[in-house]
Design a protein around this ligand. Structure first.
Ligand SMILES: Cc1cc2nc3c(=O)[nH]c(=O)nc-3n(C[C@H](O)[C@H](O)[C@H](O)COP(=O)(O)OP(=O)(O)OC[C@H]3O[C@@H](n4cnc5c(N)ncnc54)[C@H](O)[C@@H]3O)c2cc1C
Length: 394
C-alpha cells in the first residue's frame, strides 16, 4: 500500500506521539492521533536535549523555534554536592557541534511540547482527537481495530503506542511487564532566575553528586528560568500512577544533610516543589518487546528509562524518526515495517536504559565508592562525560 494511503493511528499526544505525527507528516503521511486528555498539556519541568535529538529536530525544520525557546549551555559541569568542588566538565556550545554534529539544548517540557504541536498543526496532515482514551485493540491479517472509552471504533493499518509509562497499548504487545517503583523520587521545580540571588543564577548545566542523592540544574525558557531537579532515594507515595505530587522543601532538606551551602541555598530558594516517583520496567531484551504484528511501542510505553542520562524524551524522538522512515519505505509491508523499526531500535534503547541505571548507582554512591568516583571524575572528567556513541548517532 502506498505510504500516503496507510492509516496510521498514534495513541498518546505527549512528546513522542507528536514527534511521530510530525515526522510522518513531513514524509507526506497523514495520521490520526488519539489523546486521552481533554486538552494538550505538559507539566512544568525541563528536559535536556542532547545533540542526537537536536539534530533530528533541526532536520524537521524546528531550529528557529528552538533558538527562540531553548537554551544552549556552553558547559556541563559536575560538582561534589558536599564540598561544591568542581569534579569534571564537558565543553558543549561550538564544541558539541564540532564533535557530535549538533548543539546541546535545554528546554521546558511545555515549550518542547508546544513547539511540536504547532509544527504538527502547521503541516495539517494529522487528525488530533482529544478526550479519546484507548480501551481495546484487536488485530487480524489486514488491519487493527481500536475502541476508545466512548465506544467509538476505528480501523487502522498500524497502531503506535506512544501512551507513556502506564501504556495500555503495551498490554497488546507484551504481557510480562508491569512498571515498578525504582526507589528514586524526583523533586522538580522551575524558578525565575530574576527571583534568585545573583550567586545562584546560572547559564550552564550543573550536576551535583552526593551520597544517596544528586541534583541537576539548567536554564530554560531562553535562560529566564532555572530548572532544578533533585533525585533522592526513598519510599513510594501511595498513588504511583500519578507523576505529579505536591512536595515541600523541608522533606527534601532531610535528604540533603551535609550538602554544600550553595546547593542548600538553591534548594531553599525554591518555594514550590513537585514530587515525581520514578518507575521502571525491566530493560528491553529483544525486538519482540517493541512490536507485535501491526502494533508497535515507542518512548516510555516501550522502554521507560531512569533520567540519569537525560534521554527519555530523546529516545522517543529518535523512535519517531525511525518509525516514520520505515512506514514510508515503499517496499515494506506494514508488519515488516514495524519489525524493521523494532530491530533498528531495541539495542540502542536497551543500552541507554542500562547506562542510565548504572549512572544512578554512580551518581548516588556513598563512602569509599563516592571517593573513587570523585577521583576518577577529577582525572578523567571530560573523557567520562564524552559519549559520542550516544550524542553523534543515530
Ligand atoms: C525527573 C525526570 C527528568 C527527565 N529529564 C529528561 C531529560 O533531561 N531529557 C530527556 O530526554 N528526557 C527526560 N525525561 C524523560 C522524558 O520526560 C520522558 O521519557 C518522555 O516525556 C516520554 O514521552 P512519551 O511521549 O513517550 O510519553 P508521555 O510524555 O508519558 O506521553 C504519553 C501520552 O499518552 C497519553 N495517554 C496515556 N494513556 C492513554 C490512552 N489510554 N489513550 C490515549 N492517550 C493516552 C497521555 O495522556 C500522554 O499525553 C525525564 C523524566 C523524568 C521523570
Amino acid at each position: 500500500m502506498p505510504a500516503m494511503q496507510k492509516k496510521i493511528l498514534v495513541v498518546g499526544g505527549g512528546i513522542g506521539g507528536l514527534a511521530l505525527a510530525l515526522a510522518c507528516a513531513r514524509r507526506g503521511m497523514p495520521a490520526q492521533l488519539i489523546e486521552k486528555k481533554a486538552v494538550f498539556s505538559e507539566v512544568g519541568a525541563g528536559v535536556q536535549l542532547s545533540p542526537n535529538v537536536v539534530r533530528l529536530l533541526e532536520g524537521w525544520g524546528l531550529g528557529r523555534r528552538l533558538d527562540a525557546l531553548a537554551c544552549f549551555p556552553a558547559l556541563l559541569q559536575v560538582r561534589s554536592a558536599q564540598s561544591a568542588a568542581l569534579l569534571g566538565q564537558l565543553a558543549l556550545g561550538a564544541r558539541a557541534v564540532q564533535r557530535y554534529g549538533a548543539r546541546y539544548a535545554t528546554i521546558a517540557r511545555a515549550d518542547l511540547h508546544q513547539l511540536l504541536l504547532d509544527a504538527v498543526q502547521a503541516q495539517g496532515r494529522t487528525q488530533l482527537l482529544l478526550d479519546n482514551a484507548l480501551q481495546l485493540i484487536s488485530q487480524d491479517a489486514n488491519a487493527v481495530q481500536v475502541t476508545t472509552a466512548d465506544g467509538h471504533q476505528r480501523r487502522a493499518s498500524v497502531v503506535i503506542g506512544a501512551d507513556g509509562l502506564w501504556s495500555h497499548v503495551r498490554d497488546f504487545v507484551r504481557t510480562d511487564a508491569q512498571p515498578r517503583f525504582s526507589g528514586y523520587l524526583a523533586y522538580r521545580a522551575m524558578v525565575p532566575q530574576a527571583a534568585l540571588p545573583q550567586a545562584l543564577r546560572s547559564e550552564v548545566i550543573t550536576a551535583w553528586l552526593g551520597p544517596k542523592f544528586h541534583a541537576v540544574q539548567y536554564p530554560v525558557h531562553g535562560g529566564e528560568w532555572l530548572n532544578v531537579v533533585v533525585i533522592v532515594q526513598g519510599e513510594a507515595p501511595q498513588d504511583l500512577h500519578h507523576w505529579d505530587h505536591a512536595a515541600n522543601t523541608q522533606d527534601l532538606q532531610v535528604h540533603l544533610q551535609g550538602a554544600a551551602g550553595a546547593l542548600q541555598d538553591l534548594v531553599g530558594a525554591v518555594t514550590a516543589w513537585r514530587l515525581w516517583p520514578l518507575n521502571g520496567l525491566p530493560h528491553l531484551r529483544s525486538a519482540k518487546e517493541l512490536a507485535f504484528g501491526r502494533i508497535a511501542l515507542m518512548g516510555d510505553a516501550g522502554h521507560p528509562m531512569l533520567p540519569f542520562l537525560a534521554q527519555g524524551a530523546g529516545m522517543t524522538i529518535e523512535d519517531a524518526a525511525s518509525l516514520a522512515s520505515v512506514l514510508s519505505t515503499p517496499a515494506l509491508g506494514d508488519v515488516a515495517a514495524l519489525e524493521r523499526y523494532a530491530q533498528a531500535r531495541w539495542r540502542r534503547n536497551a543500552r541507554v536504559q542500562a547506562r542510565a541505571q548504572r549512572n544512578g548507582t554512580i551518581f548516588h554512591a556513598a563512602g569509599l565508592q563516592a571517593w573513587g568516583r570523585d577521583v576518577g571524575m577529577r582525572l578523567l572528567g571530560q573523557r567520562l562525560l564524552d559519549v559520542p556513541w550516544l550524542y553523534a548517532a543515530p
